[in-house]
Design a protein around this ligand. Sequence first.
Ligand code: NAG
Ligand code: NAG
Length: 232
Amino acid sequence: MNTTIMLSLIVVSVLVLGISAQNHPWDPQPRDANWLKRHEALVNQTLQHKTEEQIVFVGDSITEGWAGNGKAVWAKYYTPRHTFNYGIGGDQTQHVIYRIQNKEFDGLNPKVTILMIGTNNAGGNTVEDIAHGVNETVKELLGKMPNTKVILLGVLPRAEPLGAKVKQVNELIAKLNNDKNVFFLDMWSAYETDGKQHTELYVSDKLHLNEKGYEVWQQTMEPLLKKLDPTL
Ligand SMILES: *[C@@H]1O[C@H](CO)[C@@H](O)[C@H](O)[C@H]1NC(C)=O
Ligand SMILES: *[C@@H]1O[C@H](CO)[C@@H](O)[C@H](O)[C@H]1NC(C)=O
């Protein structure tokens, strides 16, 4: 083998290793300065409301949207039950894992923790790696809040090209259900029938929910929430 070929092979190997090392969606990863501010605000939320928090929602923009399009539904069903939102738009599993490892949930003891995460990984990770990231996220949450019950929600239907992929993620993460402290809930059929997305529940990007979409979420999840804790 001549030197040029050998050097090229080394360069390619280093690149491949480098890319795959950066791209483990279970390795904690912070984002930019703006995001760090938002993370700090959520740590503050925890410090200020520690003993009050009964239900927490954890996730990305779809969770964050409870404070936007979901506001009225939240005010009616969740505010009275001391519910707190830990959604940050754009987050992938590795970012939520960073947040968990950096004090967002320290000292909390909510009855129920609701997690929906992974759709933002769909562009850059394999189905298996995303499921691995979700698996770690659940473990990290339970590490900080050992008495909570996690409702692990399946990722919601979204427009193609990534719709089919998130459906496969749901098939893998469904196995994390243990009927003990992890309860998987697939809300897919409330948002899609026979491969046809119920676009009337979404805004125009067919990824984020409108107010009706948040109502459907609340209604679909309520029986499980009540079952897990009838006092809620
Ligand atoms: C968090 O709380 C600290 C202490 O009260 C305060 O100095 C800081 O500005 C707060 N950060 C955010 C992002 O709200
Ligand atoms: C989640 O991770 C654990 C190892 O920590 C593994 O035993 C288990 O099979 C994983 N579950 C799934 C559904 O991948």
